[in-house]
Write a protein that binds this ligand. Sequence first.
Ligand SMILES: [Fe+2]
Length: 473
Amino acid sequence: MLQLKIPNIKVPNKVFTGVYEFLQKIAPYSPDNKYLEGPFAPVPYERVETDLEVIGTIPAALSGTYARIGPNPINVKNPGKHHWFLGDGMVHGIKIKNGKFVWYRNRWIGSDTVNDAFNRPHAPGPRNGIFDIVNTNVFGHAGRIWASIEAGTLPVELDAEFETVKHGLFDSDQIAPYTAHPHLDPATGELHAVTYSATQLNYVQYIVVDADAKVTKIESIPLNRQPMIHDCAITQKYVLVFDFPVLLSVKGMISGESVPYHWRENSYSRVGVMPRNGTAADIRWCTLDPCYVFHSCNAFDQDDGSIVLDAVVHEHMFKEREGGPEVAATTFERWTLHPETGTVDRKVISDVLQEFPRFDERLSTKPYRYAYTIGASLDFTDDHPLYRHDLLTGETIVRNFGANVNPKEVNFVPRHADAAEDDGWLLTFVTNAANQTTDFVILDAQDMLGEPVARVRLPWQMPLGFHSNWIAD
Ligand SMILES: [Fe+2]
């Protein structure tokens, strides 16, 4: 593919902030905004509950925190312009000790906006210009808890009770955009990520953070466009760079859109295969028809030099619905990347609307058998089942929770360190829109259709949110 050489350009944050805020002011933008009501509705409080009803028996082997994060805007200046992706972050969590429920708590992430609203001091640590809000993922690393988002903002460290400790690129003083989706290599303990920012024109970055939360590599990767990159994938040899045609739109910026990224018709999708220990000059691109991927599942190297990548694939994104995203058509697919020829073989594993693929992450970068997804329609009267895809037999198990009862992202926790791939539990929050409640649910992964092993009953509805993780003690 012919590539024009465009130099890397970093727009000063003050310039970007000024232009962005000016355009927001002069160009009112009013999408069909459902992001402040129904399943998106923010909760107006922080609370701690230690006396919730537990049905069943929480496995004694479980000790840790189940944390979930999503947008929970505290002070929306212009509801017509509010976008789901941009609200202040809030973490919800369940603490379990030796199989006993200890607490539920929720806390806003300490952005300056949130701390101003509560008359709290600003949290320490650097900011990347205007970017201060994180709301997309919360995960454990280096024995600590971190929350993160894409597109320019630095991660935030939280303490064990979700109070904000500091902002910053882990334990580095460097300012570089991060992502909601770093990938842990279980063999090295490193986090690998591909990151982008609207202020970094025509390049993205590959960032490696070691097992002690130190940044050990930042490699700039030139692109000749500015895609929205939500995720990446890693194998034992490579990091996979997603370059799909959802691009920063000058028209969207001038229109004052809060998330000015648009689908580009008649463009291309490609996955860059870059050696983890190499540089951008070593990338080989594998090209395929236009599509979009928010989330990869797992990826691994094969003996013949090809690479397997499993992902939820959207036919298009930010095309149909002003202020998107739209969930029009998704497939869970297995791609085989051939770096030698630059081609991709695509195989559809499942063609129902689904998202948030997860698996037994002890097997990250290795062949694996089971992938879990959930129904992803943005019509919340639809059923949102939990799916388990058996990648060996092709069989899919479907667990339906019922009308208006929706599981959120599911996490697999092994019974013990050496347990088999499906020998453990599936953890999730399940919301019931009809009676405005939420259950923290533990399923036996080998009996996914059976009665839950345990449920903790929350008598309120948790907002839709984005991602969750089990953070073992
Ligand atoms: Fe995500």
